[in-house]
Design a protein around this ligand. Structure first.
Ligand code: COA
Length: 416
């Protein structure tokens, strides 16, 4: 097996559901030895959630816990805490995303960790950072709402919307993974561990950075010319929902393509990038727009975005999204087909790059998953299946120095 970027790094993975597991899965893909600690008999709640095959680990679980080992430990038993202490002493990083106060109630305070292993990096996902909501439990959509995503997503005449992309959970997991790698690097100089915190609200806000940019622009100028509310609608005092407008310097829209009447995904995202405006006019058959004062400059076009996109849509409706994509790309016009999950799952190039992988599981059989989206040229990812509950308990305990009779006693106590 080839060497990996995080070879030799041991992770005590005390995570559950989605945010924490995404983080530790990435670390495992980079080569870390990730030891997932789960409650005996039950395990991570997602093992049993959204099950499609009775009695078999759900796709929710399998797709978030590749390349890990599973150890069952009951932390409410004395013997369980003894095993956990041994893990803390032997690992480089502990990752957790329990509700606020859970670790402390277990007796795993920062002071205790300092006694056991001052080199340990303790990385946490919480819903909120310090402040009025610090004690709240949080799931994905709460974070999307509290981080500014929901209020800025959707159409102006509709309610706030959450997005299908799991920016609160997986997005925070990504942030946490980066914090962990930075802390590991700092430890090479300082010799000490540290606490790493990624609150979900903060991670979502970080991903909504451009909307805070727009809030300040709005307060200064009371209008934003590239938003669909311009020029006819009204702006309030907070950044409005912008539908499918690009929100950047290059206007864009989702337009119908051939077949839209029956196919809910027969659409294309079309960007009228200033640099290729001539080509846009040529392709759609409006060459006079190249010189027409009302359309010739980006500034002038902002007053006419609705009719411009309506005219472009007349053209896109005559093509399938893939035909339109092929034609537009020959002119370097930025665009993208709206791809369904079904279409993505059939995209061979994503398999070739390892971003889509087929994995074999002993009780589930073959299933499709998303592999590592981050490619390191010297640390290729080999995706292996998620562990069964407690599959590696004996193996890991033996590595921690417990002998067979101690393991038997722990089992008798219900501690593992
Ligand atoms: N053995 C024994 N008990 C265990 C255990 C083990 N191996 N692992 C966990 N537990 C216990 C804990 O001690 C705790 O018990 P306590 O409340 O008596 O102290 C309990 O299980 C876990 O509590 P909690 O983390 O609050 O779980 P929950 O199911 O009530 O809440 C979340 C789930 C996700 C809402 C909550 O964990 C949370 O807010 N996490 C932080 C934010 C987050 O990551 N959210 C996104 C999840 S995708």
């Amino acid at each position: 097996m080839s060497k990996k970027a995080l070879d030799g790094v041991k992770i005590l993975d005390f995570t559950h559901v989605q945010s924490g597991p995404t983080c530790t899965q990435l670390l495992a893909w980079f080569g870390a030895d990730v030891i997932k600690v789960e409650r005996p008999g039950e395990g991570d709640a997602t093992r049993g959630q959204l099950r499609d095959i009775p009695g078999v680990d759900s796709l929710y679980f399998t797709m978030l816990n590749h390349n890990k080992r599973s150890v069952t430990i009951n932390t409410k038993k004395v013997g369980g805490m003894a095993v956990l202490d041994r893990l803390i002493q032997n690992c480089d990083v502990m990752v957790e995303n329990f509700g606020p106060g859970v670790l402390e109630r277990m007796g795993i305070t920062w002071e205790r960790i300092q006694e056991l292993n001052p080199r340990l990096i303790v990385a946490s996902v919480k819903g909120f950072g310090a402040g009025p909501y610090a004690e709240c439990k949080v799931y994905e959509n709460v974070a999307q709402c509290a981080g500014g995503a929901a209020s800025t997503t959707g159409f102006d005449d509709g309610p706030p919307l959450v997005t299908g992309a799991q920016i609160g959970d997986s997005g925070t997991g990504l942030h946490l993974a980066l914090g962990i790698v930075a802390a590991l690097y700092q430890r090479t100089h300082s010799g000490r561990g540290q606490k790493v915190l990624a609150p979900m609200q903060d991670a979502v806000l970080n991903l909504c950075r451009v909307k805070l940019r727009d809030q300040q622009r709005l307060e200064r100028t009371h209008t934003m010319n590239e938003y669909p509310q311009y020029p006819d609608g009204k702006f309030g005092d907070a950044v409005p929902r912008a539908g499918n407008a690009s929100g950047g310097g290059q206007p864009g829209a989702i337009l119908k393509c051939k077949g839209w009447e029956t196919d809910p995904n027969a659409y294309i995202y079309f960007i009228t990038q200033a640099a290729v405006w001539h080509s846009v006019c040529t392709v759609i058959g409006e060459p006079k727009w190249i010189t027409d004062e009302a359309y010739a400059t980006p500034q002038a076009r902002l007053l006419h975005l609705k009719p411009i996109f309506a005219r472009i849509e007349q053209w896109t409706k005559t093509k399938t999204k893939f035909e339109a994509m092929d034609i537009l790309n020959t002119y370097d016009i930025p665009c993208g087909p709206i791809l369904s999950m079904k279409e993505i799952a059939a995209d061979r190039s994503l398999y070739d790059s390892g971003t889509l992988v087929e994995v074999d599981h002993p009780t589930r059989g073959k299933y499709l998953s998303v592999g590592n989206p981050i490619k390191l040229s010297d640390s290729p990812t080999e995706v292996t299946r998620s562990p069964l509950l407690g599959e590696h308990t004996d193996e890991v305990l033996a590595q921690l120095g417990f002998d067979a009779s101690e393991i038997g006693a722990l089992r008798l106590e219900g501690a593992i």
